[in-house]
Write a protein that binds this ligand. Structure first.
Ligand SMILES: [Mn+2]
Length: 247
């Protein structure tokens, strides 16, 4: 049997918005771009990695499956076509649950995941866990991942859940840019903890290729771009190289 030469595609921070009557042009632009991606370039991949914040807001599977019906159907068609769809959750869509996985056919990965990619073991993450200078956020992150906190949240009314999610988005706007980026020490520790020399993450919306030296070893950190009007991007990892594809 010949080797599988299909590429892996990686994307993050699509921030897909709920498409409904009166939706902003931005919302439908992103949604249409995602549907085109799923029906087009993604079909040639071996694996598609969604590294978090696929959805601008996910307030529970009961509401999300209806809010994002088209996007989930597109993921289902993609996974049914034989492409492995894998995802991590971000700070916006960490409430993605089992019913999302069942409906989409996508498989959830832990918050840090090492996999062979473009010829070397690569650590994948959303990236918010490395923003350790934002102490308030890290405290919130720990709390919001507690099963009891999530259980209680899901018992609130839909309107209340949406209000809380909206309030959290607003609160983030006043923070200084410096604490919104990753912390160098947290990054070094992640390279060391997983024994890898390459990592790929999103979250910061600062697409870049960074070189780090960690315990004498050269390490590469690739930051994925967020999606916005006029800039749709994913990373294509081939057998032994990678590049960004930008629409
Ligand atoms: Mn994020």
């Amino acid at each position: 049997m010949s080797a599988d030469l299909r590429p892996d595609l990686l994307l993050a921070d699509l921030h897909l918005q709920v498409a409904k009557a009166g939706a902003t042009p931005e919302a439908s632009f992103l949604s249409e771009a995602f549907l085109r991606f799923c029906a087009g370039p993604a079909r040639e991949a071996r694996r598609v990695f969604l590294l978090g914040d696929i959805f601008e807001s996910w307030v529970g599977d009961d509401l999300g499956l209806a809010d994002y019906r088209q996007e989930i159907a597109a993921l289902r068609a993609l996974s049914d076509s034989g492409v492995e769809v894998l995802y991590q959750t971000g700070n916006r869509d960490f409430m993605l649950g089992r019913r999302f996985a069942q409906a989409s056919g996508a498989h959830r990965l832990p918050d840090e995941w090492v996999t062979p990619l473009a010829g070397q073991a690569t650590l994948l993450a959303h990236g918010d866990q490395y923003c350790t200078d934002d102490i308030g956020y890290q405290r919130w992150r720990r709390f919001s991942r507690l099963p009891l906190a999530q259980w209680l949240y899901l018992r609130l009314s839909p309107a209340r859940r949406r209000r809380i999610a909206g309030g959290l988005r607003e609160g983030k706007r006043d923070k200084p840019a410096s604490i919104m980026d990753v912390n160098a020490e947290a990054i070094a520790q992640a390279f060391t903890r997983h024994g890898v020399t390459r990592m790929i993450h999103g979250h910061t919306h600062r697409p870049m290729q960074h070189m780090h030296t960690v315990q004498g070893r050269a390490c590469e950190r690739i930051v994925l771009a967020d999606w916005r009007r006029g800039h749709i991007e994913w990373l294509r990892a081939n057998v032994d190289s990678w590049h960004r594809e930008i629409l």
